[in-house]
Each structure stands twice: as structure tokens, then as C-alpha cells.
Ligand binder design. Sequence first.
Ligand code: SF4
Length: 532
Amino acid sequence: MSNLSSASYGPAPLADVLFSVASLGCPKNLVDSETLVGRLVALGAELATDAAEVDLFLLNTCGFLRSARAEAEEYVAQALEQKAAGMIGRLIVAGCAVVSDGKELAEKYPGVDAWISPYDEPKIGEIVVALFQEDDYKMEETDDALDVPCPAEAAAATFYHTPAHSLTLDDSQRLLLTEPHVAYLKIADGCDRFCSYCTIPNIRGRFVSKPFETVLDEAARLADSGVRELVLIAQETTFWGSDLYGQPDLKRLLAALKEKNQFDWIRVLYSYPLFWDSELTALFKMEAPGQTSILPYVDLPLQHCNSDLLKKMNRKVDKAQIEDLIAQLRAEIPDLVLRTSLIVGFPGETDAMYQELADFVEKHRFERAGVFEFSPEPGAPAATMDDQVPDEIKRRRYDRLYAKQERISRQYARGFIGKTVDVMLDTRAVSEGGAVMRNVCIGRTVADAPDVDPVVYVTGRDLDLGVPTPCEIVDAQGLDLIAVPVDPDKLFVSKEERRSAAMRAESEALGEQEVKRQKNGKNKGQKGGKNR
Ligand code: SF4
């Protein structure tokens, strides 16, 4: 790493740099991308949204699963083609795949200018300045102006990975890449669980919490920037505080965020089936409009229900504990939306164990669930376990469980028809022709987390994005809902509807006149008029 410190360059050393970013993987990686972007913008670089050519392309990768690493490689290969075509000046690859597969990828793709692991992302500014100073030098070199010392060592050292016990959590310089009214807040990172199928602890290090005050400060900045829905994330949110305050203490954090009353909605993702108690569950409920609600939405990845398999997965709970917890959550959180994720085909899973999982899903009827096939990941103990399940059996179990859950979630969706619920309007729909449809918005209910859950299509007028809007659900299409605003002034009446409404009004008016006329006639009749 060049000893190029920020002191050695001016306030906006990247002022001429136009860059774009692609963020792969989970919301935790998205927050990292937002921080990488924020750091470059703070040095004067400009984030392009749809520029044909950029000076720098930043790719933030995921390395969790084989499929994710394959996707990262596709992006790298495509970006190198664009670089060769002159559409990209410099290419930087960051993120988890740099830890999981960095060396192999660097040998395979020498055209990448720098590889930066999550541990070295705080250095992104210096790394990019060094890269572009190198360019300036080269430019000058061609002009034969040899008076600027060249940071030679920067050119060589393009692979930045400084393993550490845990990541440095500093997201103070974020630039949101989400819709302006929704933001993720990473309250911790890394993991101490070492589930036998998972490589996260090897990639993102041991569990580390963001201090209480730091979380509150970040939340306040997000609220000031216009965020209305805050989504708390970590590898394990329910473990927050255990490394700093001697015990998991998510409830203290949620209570403080609730009391600050800065958001409409606070959603908690990635909880673990431990450390739940009634003080914590009591916080998860809808409050009156204008009050911050910790949404009754619990994301609880369970992976399986068979106690022997849970043990082999190194999950710290058994079936009885899981079922007790589900019963407690259902009993203590009104209108609970329970999301989980399940793995089929884990080594040693028999037909009976699969059937036990299918019955478990039928019994607990999760409102939301992701189903995954076990993927043997290099470095994860489960990858080398005996009794690996053949792919075709894995696929068959996946298809059956997915279909079962799809049926349950469709029935849940149909249960909304006729109800009035708040919908957070996220974006305006875009027609097939690419036109923005002003009267059709895409949003989410309390039951829909961003990016992973179904959506609601709301047809109305003067709809404001980023506001929880009371809507009547009029239909369901698969898992998605169709709605209209409750506010009659926002009801969108199409030309046809307007015409038929006018005709209806006219005929009603005519009807009334006729009635009146007849009444008058009768009156007259009664007063000696004639009957019709
Ligand atoms: S809890 Fe388990 S599955 Fe989740 S990140 Fe940690 S080790 Fe991976």
C-alpha cells in the first residue's frame, strides 16, 4: 500500500473522476457499497447513474455461495470487456469474493486495477487517488514532463486484504443507494456462530457491534436526510451489544430508537432463535400514525426443524426450543409477520427428515419464507461431511417445499383483500414502453421487507412516494397485492370510469327528476292532474 496519506493530496483529488458502482449480495454489502461511494464522493468524485463511459467502475461482490461468486465473476469479465472497449477507465473489485476467492480471481483477471477486501475498504479513497495519480503521471510521462515522483509501489500492490479479528464498522460517510425514504442501518457485522454450512465468519470475521451512540447518531442523520423506514441489519441482530455490553441488548437499542420517534417504520432483519424475551417482543407492534413503530415483522432464519440436523448444522437450538419460540412470538406480537429461511438437502437429511420439515412448514404457516438447496461451500465443515444428498433429490425436495410455501403465502396474500392497510409507496411503475406511470405506484405493506418480499401496486392520483398511505386491497395477483388509496381525493378515476360515473350520475339525476316530476304530477293529480 503506498504511503499516500490524505495529507499528501488536496481537498478534492478525485474531482475529475466520474464513477459508477454495482453492489451484489446482501443489504450488509449494500451498506458497504454506500460507504465506499460516500468516501469517493467526499474526495470529489461524481457518482454516475447511467453514464456510457466512466473513469472508474466499482464492483462490490458477494462471496457467500458458489452462485454468488459465479455472478461476481460474470460482472468482472463483463467490466473488463467494457474496459478494453474504453468505456471504463479503471476497475476496482471489492467485497466478500475478494476474501473467499481473491487470489484466484486476481490471477485470472489481471486487468482489474485493485482488489479490496471488506477489511481494507476504509482505504478506498487513498487507493483510488493513488490509481489516478498514477494515471496523471503516465499522462505527463507521455508529455515527457518527468518532474513528478511516481508512487511506483502503488502500481504493484493492487491486492488489498488485511485480515483482522473483525471488521471496522464506520458508515459515517454513506451515500444512500436505496430509495431516499428507506435505508438499511448495519448495527453489527461478522458472526460467532460458525454454522457448519456457512463461510460468513471466515469472510467477515467475528461478531462486532456498532456502539449504542454510533447507531443513534447514524439513525438521526438518516432521519434528517428524509428516511421514513429504517431497516436494522447485521449477521445476527439479536446478538447486538453482547461484545460491548456483556450481553445481547437489542431491546435497549430498539427502545431508544422508538423513543426518538424519528421514523414511521423500523424493521428488524436477521434475528437468531435465541435471546428473545417478552421485553423484546413487547416492542414489536404497530403504533398510532406519527409514532415510530417497530414493525411486527420478525425475520428468523431457522434453516431446518429436525434436531439431529440442527445439531449437525451447529445451530444452537433444537426443535422444541424453536417451536416454543414461534408460539411465544405468535402469542406476544399482534399481527405477526414471520419470515424464515430453510435449507433442504443438508448432508444426512433423510426422506423422513424432509417430511418432518414439510409438516413443520404446514403447521407454522410462515407468512414469508425463502427455501434454499444446501450448497457445499469450500471452507465450510458441511461441505466435506458424509451422506451428501444427491442433487436430483435436493432439487425435488426444493421444488416440493417451495411449492408448499408458495401456496401458504398466496393464501396469506388473499387474506388482505378487502382490508385497509398502510402501504409505503416506494417508486412509480414504469410501462413496458419505459414511460413512468404517474398514477401507479409500487409499494410495500408492513409485511413486505424491501427487495425480498412481494409488493403492492397502488393506482391513484397525487400519490406521494415515501409516505405510508392508507390503501384498500382490492385484489391479489400471486403474492403481490393490488390496491387503491382510501382517500377519495386520491382515487384515480379512469376516463371510462369517469364517463360511466357521469352517466350514472346523469341517469340518477334524471331518475330523481322523473320521480319529482311524477310526484309533482301526482300532487297536481291529487289536485285534479292526470296519472301516467
Ligand atoms: S448465524 Fe450462521 S448462517 Fe448466519 S452468518 Fe452466522 S454462521 Fe452464517
